[in-house]
Structures are given as C-alpha cells and as structure tokens.
Design a protein around this ligand. Structure first.
Ligand SMILES: Cc1ncc(COP(=O)(O)O)c(C=O)c1O
Length: 387
C-alpha cells in the first residue's frame, strides 16, 4: 500500500515506538508522585520539554503539553479570550482555519464576541495588511494557521507577526500543526505569542501535542484538576506520548531539509505529469517553493466525486484523502476550497495527496500511474452517462 495521507496522520516512527514502549514498560510512575518512579517520569517530561523548547528557540517553561493540536488550539483561543475579555471582545481569524480554530471562533461568537473572519486570495493566502486593517481598540487575539492542511498554502506569519508587534495588546496565535518539525519556526523572532503543535503529523504518537505560550501571558485553563503543567493543563501527563513527541521532533530536525527538497521535486513532477496528461484538472493552493508546503498537493477533477476517486485509487493500493480527514465524512464541500474560489463541482471533486518522511520516489511514481489510470476512466464513465 502507498500511503499518501500524511496530513491526516503519519505512521509512527519505529524509534518513537521503541522509546515509548520502554517508558510504558519501565517508567510507569505518575510524574507527580514523590517516589523514585515518579521522579524518573518527571525527569523524562522535563527532558522532552527542553527538546520542544529548543526546537522553537524558546524556554522550557513556555511549553505546555496537551492532548494534541485540537486541545492546544482550544486552550489558546478560549483561554486567552477568557483571560483578556476586560480589554475588549473582538477576535480575528481567517476563512481557511482548521475546525479546531474556526469552530471555536464560532462558539465564542455565540457567546457575544465580535468575530472577524478574513478572506484569502485564490491560492489561500491572507494579506498581512488586511490583518492590520481589521484591528480595533477591542481586539485581543489574532489566530492564523502557518500551513493549511487542505491545500498547503504557507501564510506570511513572520510578516503578520512583525505588524502585530506594533499593537502590544493584541496576542498572536498560530496553528502550526501542519508545519512544526517540517519547517524551522521561531516564535520570538516572528512575533508569535502562542503556537500549537501536534505529534501525529510528523511520525510521532497520536493524542499528544503542546502549546507554546510566551511567558507572562494570562490564560484561563480549560481543565480544572490537579494543577499539572504550571496549573494550565490539569491531568496526569501522558509520559510515553510526551517522550515520543520529543523523539519525533529530534528525528524530524535531522531530515527536514532533505525532505522539503525531495518533496518539492516530486510535487513539481506530479503536477507536470497530471496536468499534461489529464485535461480537466485544477491544482489548488500555491505551487511556488516558498508559498506552498511541498508535501501537500490538492487536485480538483470537476465532474467527479472525491469519494469515488479515493475508493478507486485504493483499489490500486494508493491511499489519498478527500479534503481533510476531520471533515471528509461530512457531505458539504470544503470551506477552504470554497474560500479560494472553487465552485461546488470542483470542490466536491478534490483530493489531497500528502507526503511524509517515509514517502519514496517509487511510491510517488506509482501513485501518478494510478491517478492516470483511474481519473480518465472515471471521466469517461461520466461522459458516457451524460450522453
Ligand atoms: C491545521 C490543523 N490544526 C489542528 C489539527 C488537529 O490536531 P489533532 O489531530 O492533534 O487534534 C489538525 C489535524 O488534522 C490540523 O491539520
């Protein structure tokens, strides 16, 4: 099987599994316990915290472990909104955020917050000057993702952060779930106050992630309880998950440059091959090296249904996705694809191909062959039906 759904999740690296199994077997103490096994577990957490902090160039106290990206996003947005509501009740985001940001904004809107949802251009990029223009005296938070999970567009985060530095009362949250470990990220230099990370997008375990939160910020915790993670995230820590997250981060750091280079070459080759050999196709997102993550490709085949393409490709042993995994079971056309101007027909016929550290050239070539077999024959069926 050729697995090209790495933006939904990745296969856990064997070395990550190994360290996690070791922790589960040997260091099963509760990190809050005072005895030796507890202390050992706590040490492992602190080592992992250092690794996560180092990756971001921040201090370990600024890392809070969570159950993943969804929790980190909820925690950042709801936590900041609650803690800073005296300053004002206006928050800003974009049309192409993951539901764990977008739907949180919608929830807050129902609770009386004024919400600005910024549009994006035809490749899915938000204009930094529009972010600045949307600020009011009441604005407390701007949340913008780094790499989009459906089309791979890279947002100008450093440029937005640079502008927001002129408004010290406005906090800047970045959902970096699809970019962390694949791109070097520098929250301090980029003017980021809060940043979400998830382990399972880069060959780490599922159910673990972290939130970077700049020191001296206020945040109302989502969970009340034992006061772990500096009182910001109660609940016994997922020690094997945390150790696995740190291991995956270290492994990613060693290979990301080569990974980005080879994905870029494969992306260009795939686009060239598919667009020259299939007439009715649209490539979504930004295909330039700096503007689009090379590991995410989105194609639209108007007239076809993404589910049908996904199942036909699976028959050829190639696994891809219709939209993002989180919304692919819903019938509605993707909000993200509609935001970049696709009509219903093109949006419904869109698939995502996403590569991971384990993807090989041979797999990319075979997946192109499978697409070139499956798509024209499905298009032929539609043409015959229409006659
Ligand atoms: C951009 C983005 N943010 C957040 C999430 C949620 O992360 P998790 O699955 O760790 O909750 C995802 C997962 O699909 C994502 O792609």
């Amino acid at each position: 099987m050729i697995y090209l759904d790495n933006s939904a999740t990745t296969k856990t690296d064997a070395d990550v599994v190994k360290v996690m199994a070791d922790v589960m077997t040997n260091v099963y103490g509760n990190p809050s316990s005072l005895h030796g096994l507890g202390v050992k577990a706590e040490r492992l957490i602190e080592q992992a915290r250092k690794i996560m902090a180092q990756e971001l160039g921040v201090s370990p106290q600024e890392i809070i472990f969570t159950s993943g990206g969804t929790e980190a996003n909820n925690m950042a947005i709801k936590g900041v909104a609650d803690a800073y509501q005296q300053r004002g009740m206006h928050i800003i985001t974009t049309e192409i955020e993951h539901p764990s940001v977008y739907d949180v904004y919608k929830q807050l809107e129902q609770r009386g917050w004024r919400v600005t949802i910024l549009p994006v251009d035809h490749v899915g990029r938000v204009r930094p000057e529009m972010v600045e223009q949307a600020l009011t005296e009441e604005t407390v938070l701007v949340s913008i993702m780094h790499v989009n999970n459906e089309i791979g567009t890279v947002q100008p985060i450093a440029e937005i952060g640079r502008r927001l530095k002129n408004y010290p009362k406005v906090l800047f949250h970045v959902d970096a779930v699809q970019s962390f470990a694949k791109y070097p990220i520098q929250p301090e230099q980029w003017g980021i106050d809060l940043l979400s990370v998830s382990g399972h997008k880069f060959h780490g375990p599922k159910g673990i992630g972290c939130l970077y939160m700049r020191r001296n910020l206020m945040l109302t915790p989502l969970l009340a309880g034992g006061g772990q993670e500096q009182g910001l995230r109660s609940g016994t820590q997922n020690v094997p998950g945390i150790v696995g997250l740190a291991k995956a981060t270290v492994l990613a750091g060693k290979q990301r440059e080569a990974f980005l280079d080879r994905c870029q070459a494969w992306k260009e080759w795939l686009i060239e091959r598919i667009t020259t050999e299939i007439g009715e196709v649209r490539v979504n997102g930004d295909v330039t090296r700096d503007g689009g993550a090379p590991y995410i490709l989105s194609f639209s085949f108007p007239g076809l249904k993404a589910e049908v393409i996904v199942h036909a490709l699976e028959q050829e042993q190639v696994v891809v996705s219709s939209k993002s995994a989180c919304s692919s079971k819903k019938e509605l056309p993707s909000r993200v694809l509609k935001a970049i101007g696709l009509g219903d027909e093109a949006a419904i016929g869109s698939i995502r191909i996403s590569m991971g550290f384990m993807t090989t050239e041979e797999e990319v070539r075979r997946s192109a062959d499978a697409l070139l077999k499956v798509i024209p024959s499905l298009q032929q069926v539609i043409k015959v039906r229409k006659r």
